[in-house]
Design a protein around this ligand. Structure first.
Ligand SMILES: Nc1nc2c(c(=O)[nH]1)N(C=O)[C@@H](CNc1ccc(C(=O)N[C@@H](CCC(=O)O)C(=O)O)cc1)CN2
Ligand SMILES: Nc1ncnc2c1ncn2[C@@H]1O[C@H](COP(=O)(O)OP(=O)(O)OP(=O)(O)O)[C@@H](O)[C@H]1O
Length: 195
């Protein structure tokens, strides 16, 4: 990984960490509204979010707006370095993973593959207007999505971020799976390939 990329991640993460609680809550509601109004957002099926850490946009507002036809799921780290997904409702048991992030405490046999999902809302560190994404650097989402990127149907891939996480242009690596859209507190960016 280049030094530039490491510095970019550090810079954006520290500016994101400095946002005020009032701004975060308002932004989470705006992002939830934008996610819901995406024309391509499926009206039913399994939809994945994430448990916000490190100043990421919380998705509780979106989770509570899903209704009964969409089942909210959280990512679970797999032994094969890929993510699986498990339905989760407020109150269901959680266990901390190796990064200290809570994940549903379920039997491995009840985990869902990415291919079973209708949509995946992803955390990110940086994005550009074309849907290129830089994450925490573990490659988790890219490995997870490698098997579905060229399949149809495949889950809708949407990033959730603060506007301050947008950068001019990200040169994607060969393994990077572009997002269909990114929602921020003030805009929706639809990737050219998803139009
Ligand atoms: N909320 C959330 N959940 C997520 C992700 C994420 O980015 N955000 N992931 C997205 O991939 C996966 C987990 N991947 C992660 C990769 C690195 C770190 C992290 O905190 N790294 C530390 C240093 C490494 C360490 O402590 O071992 C760091 O960068 O400071 C966290 C999660 C799945 N779940
Ligand atoms: N499809 C893949 N197959 C094998 N290795 C991969 C694949 N995708 C990513 N990786 C590995 O993951 C590493 C980290 O990738 P990258 O920096 O793009 O992660 P990221 O998107 O920032 O992280 P995350 O998805 O966890 O938020 C890469 O150096 C690469 O070795």
């Amino acid at each position: 990984m280049s030094v530039d990329l490491r510095a970019l991640r550090r810079d954006i993460r520290s500016r994101r960490a400095a946002l005020t609680p009032a701004f975060r809550i308002a932004a989470a509601q705006q992002v939830a509204a934008r996610l819901s109004s995406l024309a391509s957002m499926p009206a039913s099926g399994y939809v994945a979010g994430y448990w916000a850490v490190d100043g990421e946009i919380p998705l509780l507002s979106w989770q509570t707006s899903l209704g009964s036809d969409r089942i909210y799921c959280l990512p679970v780290l797999g032994d094969d370095d890929r993510l699986r997904f498990a339905p989760w409702r407020s109150g269901d048991a959680l266990v901390s993973n190796r990064f200290g992030i809570p994940e549903p405490d379920v039997e491995p046999t009840s985990l869902l593959d990415a291919s079973a999902l209708a949509a995946i809302v992803m955390p990110l560190v940086a994005f550009d207007a074309n849907g290129n994404r830089i994450g925490m650097g573990g490659g988790w989402y890219d490995r997870t999505l490698a098997g579905v990127r060229d399949r149809q149907p495949r889950p809708l891939l949407v990033g959730a971020a603060y506007e301050l996480q947008r950068v001019d242009a990200i040169a994607p690596a060969a393994w990077d799976v572009p997002l269909d859209a990114v929602c921020t507190e003030s805009s929706v960016y639809i990737a050219p390939t998803a139009e």
